[in-house]
Design a protein around this ligand. Structure first.
Ligand code: UFG
Length: 325
């Protein structure tokens, strides 16, 4: 029997590139799409790559039909909370309208399953913690709102068209490929762990800690950091169970334990034996004080186990990646 083909949008990006490698190593035939060229380290894991925008219906249809692809993991998106507050229209255009056009193109090619990279930002300021999948979804930034809007489009479309869906709500994706081939390399970088690692390695500016007056144990924001390889594994498990007949569903993907910004910085200082250059700055608009997942559903239904998401491994793989590039 021929291996399953899976189409990963955003395959050149941080999360999509790690997924590409993970799925290829599991023996699947992986096809990628991105408007950014495929980096050589990613290309080697792809059967074929479509260098275009999600909105290019004609090219998407031709590519998907040519390769007989029926399973899709949709990672391509803009994903920065702060930027979304400044440019909400850009986020609406990229994360909702483009995703909708992409989904419609796939529907005309025999789509069987569609797994969507969603986010904990769809929940907003938590009413209770840890956050379960049935927690009310009231985003407090446009990024979270656009992801929630597409969740709704996806479920509606599945009801009308009969494909299986998965909605994966990532908490704070972090870490890098333990083999050192891939990592997080945004320009400009906005995420905490890479920014703090770059600051301590003298590869970036002094770390700004956004707010120290939150209602948390040390006043800095608390987040649930999840390793990108553990994220990939959850997607693999969902795809496998969909192929065995499961209908799909929504899953929170997090460790279930939160760390404050100061605690993350302390772990980096412990591993490097250096002080992270840092200053306290104003709160960043759109930041909830605390986001911690309940991952019980993913563990129980998908048999998900977390192998890399302890804070020391998250920091260690990120530091190794920055020492390598
Ligand atoms: N932070 C700093 N300084 C920095 C960068 C971040 O203090 O230079 C703080 C932020 O204010 C926040 C925490 O570190 O309190 C984490 O910030 P990140 O930018 O690393 O991540 P976010 O929590 O903003 O968002 C991430 C993803 C989103 C996702 C969210 C869900 O980028 O896509 O996690 O938890 F929705």
């Amino acid at each position: 029997m021929e291996a399953t083909s899976v189409f990963i949008s955003g395959s050149s990006g941080y999360i999509g590139s790690h997924f590409t490698k993970f799925f290829a190593k599991k023996g699947l035939r992986v096809f990628g799409l991105d408007r950014v060229a495929s980096p050589p380290a990613v290309q080697s894991y792809l059967q074929d790559f479509l260098h275009t925008d999600l909105k290019n219906e004609t090219l998407v249809k031709t590519f998907v039909k040519k390769h007989g692809i029926h399973h899709v993991i949709h990672c391509a998106a803009l994903c920065l909370v702060g930027e979304s507050v400044e440019k909400p229209d850009l986020y609406e255009e990229n994360n909702v309208k483009s995703s909708d056009i992409f989904l419609r193109a796939l529907l005309s090619c025999g789509l069987q399953s569609f797994i969507f990279s969603s986010t904990a930002a769809t929940y907003g300021e938590p009413k209770f913690s840890p956050i379960t999948e049935d927690h009310p979804q009231n985003p407090i930034n446009p990024y979270g709102q656009t992801k929630l809007d597409f969740e709704k489009i996806l479920i509606q479309s599945s009801q009308e068209n009969g494909f299986s869906w998965g909605i994966m709500r990532y908490f704070n994706a972090a870490g890098a490929d333990p083999e050192g081939e891939l990592g997080e390399n945004h320009d400009p970088e906005t995420h905490l762990i890479p920014n703090a690692c770059k600051a301590v390695l003298e590869m970036g500016p002094t770390l700004k800690i956004f707010g120290n007056d939150y209602q948390t144990r040390d006043g800095t924001c608390e987040r649930d950091y999840i390793h990108v390889m553990d994220l990939a594994d959850a997607h693999y498990r969902l795809l496998t169970s969909i192929q065995k007949g499961k209908q799909g569903g929504a899953y929170n993907l997090g460790l279930g334990v939160g760390y404050t910004v100061n605690e993350v910085v302390q772990e980096i200082e412990r591993q490097t034996d250096k002080v992270v250059p840092k200053v306290y700055a104003d709160r960043r608009p759109g930041d909830p004080s605390k986001l911690v997942a309940s991952n019980a559903k993913a563990k129980n239904e998908l048999g998900w186990t977390l192998n890399y998401s302890d804070l020391p491994t998250l920091v260690k793989t990120t530091l190794s990646w920055f020492k390598f590039i």
